[in-house]
Write a protein that binds this ligand. Sequence first.
Ligand code: AMP
Length: 278
Amino acid sequence: MQRLAQQWQRIGRRIGFVPTMGYLHAGHLSLVKRARSAAGKNGVVVLSIYVNPTQFGPKEDFSKYPRDLRRDLKLCRKAGVDVVFTPRDTEMYPGKAKGRYSTYAVEERLSQTMEGAARPTHFRGVTTVVAKLFNLVLPDVAVFGAKDWQQAAIIKRMSADLNFPVKIIVAPTLRERDGLAMSSRNKYLIGDLRRQATVLWACIQLARVTVKRSKTYPAAKLKAAVSRLVECEPDARLDYVEFFEPDTLSPVAQVRRGTHMALAVFAGKTRLIDNGPL
Ligand code: AMP
């Protein structure tokens, strides 16, 4: 992968990159489109598929995470991806099984809250694998989804802090018709859980309406209202909801127009996240 990328660099082809964990859906493919237009006429688009073990906690769904490489490759071909990069664990983390792998990239501020608080080693795994993928794919531009807002903020921070010569683009969240954000994990939502999962979108709508009605509103009060809305669903449980400045991720006490909202909800055993501007 690295040699191929170096060859492209030498002949001046811009490289657009979309990192994923596979089990692709229309959200992923919208990032491909964005990468294609950002890379330009003579550009190439690389999509990586790698279920990165270091970003999963010990009790999380790493081994169960949905995988279907044949289907993914078909979708990539149709979407005009030039190269699909599917590294193995032994290539990404050489010597790890023997305890020899010992280097990680760690963002220390933005990764403390929300997903970082709920999943303590998650972002260390994310920043490490993205740094490694950047070194392998040598992208001019990389596209991430707004669906993982905090992740995108952390990747932008890491790229600036570690001087990666890559432009980070954040593309909008694609949703199902009922508002549920597309996600590979939606596959886990069977029976009534699929309906109950729309509560995340309902919470974002509730916050939006609230901000529209009263110019400022106490974050604590809105958190309580969100919590009550989630409790209406028999199998849903709120993990967290946060109101914050979109770029710095700093929590706000008063919610107003432009404040960003993010939440995580368990639908049965499936943990879903969503976010949006108010
Ligand atoms: P994943 O395969 O879940 O790690 O996601 C790979 C990339 O796709 C990340 O940058 C995600 O933010 C992005 N992504 C996931 N779901 C969506 C969606 N519904 N709309 C847009 N981008 C998404």
